[in-house]
Write a protein that binds this ligand. Sequence first.
Ligand code: PLP
Length: 475
Amino acid sequence: MTNESTVPPESGTATLHSFSRNAVGVRAGTTAADSTHAYGVEAKRVDCDWARNTQLTDGVEELFAAHRRRNESQPSRYWYPLSRPTYGVEEVVEALDSLCSFRTSMGEKTRMFERQFAAFQRCSDSVMVNSGSSADLLLCFLLTNPLRPLLQPGDEILVPVVTWPTQLWSAMMAGLKVRLVDVDPATLNVDLDDLESEITPATRAIFVVHLMGNPCRMDRVLELARQHNLIVIEDCCEALGAEWDGVPVGNFGLGGSFSFFFSHHITTMEGGMITCPDAETADQLRILRAHGWLRNVDPATFRLADDELDPRYAFINWGFNVRPTEVQAGFGLHQLEKLPAFNRRRDILAGRFFDFVDHLPCFTRPVVHPLARPSWLALPVLVRPDAPFSRREITTFLEQNGVETRPIVAGNLAKQPAAKLFGLDGGNFPGADEIHWQGFYVGLSPMQDDQGFDRLLDLIHGFVHSKTARRAIAA
Ligand SMILES: Cc1ncc(COP(=O)(O)O)c(C=O)c1O
């Protein structure tokens, strides 16, 4: 991979340098310096001066080129994979800067990334962790937090049955009783009628997920929460950049979780973030993030009774260690600058794909509410039951022809072996079943060029056409 690999191939002629300018400019015509203001952040970041050191950058580029040559000599099974690398020289040099300064443990780059992420998200603060799953975990432990309990162990939380499993596990590990809610196959998000009907006197919270980057109807979720006095938390791990009614997802409740796994909207290799509505929530999360100690919050906020206690080793709660490293945060600083360009490219490709699918009567694709602005993570479709082929037939065909496919997240989670272990199997989830049996997705990478994308559409078109023709002849 070269520098150029960080260029979303929007215009076939972009170079690293033009990309840097394009990517940083949040709005057309802004410069790198302006973008700092666009995000409302005062100081940009510890500028990676090393990125201007040509000896260093040439060396890193050489290494990327060597690996690219090696990869090309061992072709991958897929010419259209689920994801492609989005980082390049800048991230690697920033990582080297942390490694060579021995400042690898969570520190100033992490804090800077948190501030810039909060500015991008238009929220009070954000707290970085080592994965999206850890973000879900802390959000749930925030609910049953011994230091500031909002809920009691055993209280019920409603969670959609189609999501990434750690969303469920997090709630369960925090001592909450999970009630699974069906999912609407039209939107891939929580079925709002089922959500309402699952509310019992023991229900205290709703944990929504904006699946595949398609925002939930937050007006109805918030109305239900208000009527029944429920806390709302949001899993936004697949939805960075999505908005509901002009507000970024992650801002509608007590907090929102984000994932920076390799294939997500931005990557820190592994990593995650929690958006917070106020400083107090952020402090509580920082205590839970690291051991239950006071060290990463303002000690004045939490007075210690014992004057003898060394404040650096004062533990005021229980906690985990799910801290990120400075290497991850350094990646995040660069990736966040590139996010607007990444999402523009994702948007263009998703628009083309869904337009294409709309002309094929054998698929349905997620419906987007007029108030929602999605930020697609991937390209999901459902094969209609009356299509002249099955889901298995088309995914087998695509896989055999070099296109990687996968289920929509993990299908109906109540069907997973682990659900049985926790008594979450069974239940009647017709919407989730439809997604489970009829749904699949292909990748959506901002690095995807038009040529490869045309090839994907041609391949699907050819398959559908041949199956439709065969059925017509048989009839
Ligand atoms: C909806 C959802 N929640 C949580 C996660 C967990 O994120 P991570 O893989 O960073 O732990 C994912 C990961 O893909 C996800 O899709």
